[in-house]
Design a protein around this ligand. Structure first.
Ligand code: FMN
Length: 236
């Protein structure tokens, strides 16, 4: 078929997926070239969206004053959320580096605007959340594109949305979905930091795949793929 991926192209695609990391440290001082930043934003903008509504906006931030205000919100929220967990987990949680707001050259807020092309959007009338899901697709495109360009990206969700709305002057109906920190890095860890720190393990694929019905782990009609899933093959 025309336009099928070559073996090399497939390898590149899977490399981006398996070597993508959430990055909060290891940022270098190298600035992101405008052309690269533009490429990453184009990749995000080519994500799928419910009814082709493209409900995202991307706010690029480098103003140090804004960054400091967002960082303060992170610190407040991290302290507040630490009260939700008991020791010894609390101290462990507090010791984690969970953002790179000031160290990364570019911060980026991705927002959801439900009013775009609305109110009738094909496919959104039964599941309103489909709009938000679309924004998450754009974020994943952005994340993989950044990784392909050697740029680390860290998602910071330990933040007050009210602080974001106020400082970025978002209209009332616009929802901040992600606050991202981007920059070149000198290392992409092999595993998620939270896995390395022993916070949580990666689940086995066989434990999250069901056949035909919820919680059905075994099914004669799916035997072959079931065995492959059990083997935990690494396609990286
Ligand atoms: C919606 C979302 C919110 C996240 N929020 C944070 C955050 O506030 N701070 C942080 O350090 N990592 C955050 N992460 C990153 C996850 O911790 C990370 O994706 C996970 O541990 C797996 O690691 P990996 O992305 O390197 O594979 C977030 C990820 C997602 C998808």
């Amino acid at each position: 078929m025309k336009d099928n991926f070559t073996e090399d192209e497939k390898r590149g695609f899977y490399k981006a997926i398996y070597s993508r990391r959430d990055v909060r440290s290891h940022f270098t001082s190298k600035p992101i070239e405008d052309e690269v930043l533009s490429k990453i934003l184009h990749a995000a903008h080519h994500a799928p969206s419910v009814g082709f509504s493209q409900p995202w906006n991307f706010i690029l931030i480098k103003d140090i004053g804004t960054k400091k205000k967002i960082k303060k919100s992170f610190e407040d929220e991290k302290k507040r959320s630490s009260q939700l967990v008991e020791e010894p987990k609390r101290s462990k949680y507090l010791s984690f580096k969970l953002e790179g707001i000031l160290e990364s050259p570019v911060n980026l807020c991705v927002t959801y605007d439900p009013s775009k092309f609305g109110p009738f959007v094909i496919g959104r009338s039964s599941i309103p959340e489909a709009g938000l899901y679309s924004v998450c697709c754009a974020i994943q495109n952005l994340w993989l594109s950044a990784r392909t360009e050697g740029i680390g990206l860290g998602w910071v969700s330990i933040l007050s949305n009210e602080t974001l709305k106020e400082n970025l002057e978002l209209p009332e109906h616009v929802v901040p979905v992600a606050y991202l920190c981007l920059g070149y890095v000198d290392d992409f860890a092999e595993k998620p930091d939270l896995e390395t720190a022993g916070w949580l393990p990666r689940l086995e694929l066989k434990d999250v795949v069901y056949f035909e019905k919820w919680n059905e782990h075994e099914n004669e009609n799916w035997k072959s793929v079931q065995n492959m899933i059990k083997e935990n093959l690494n396609y990286a």
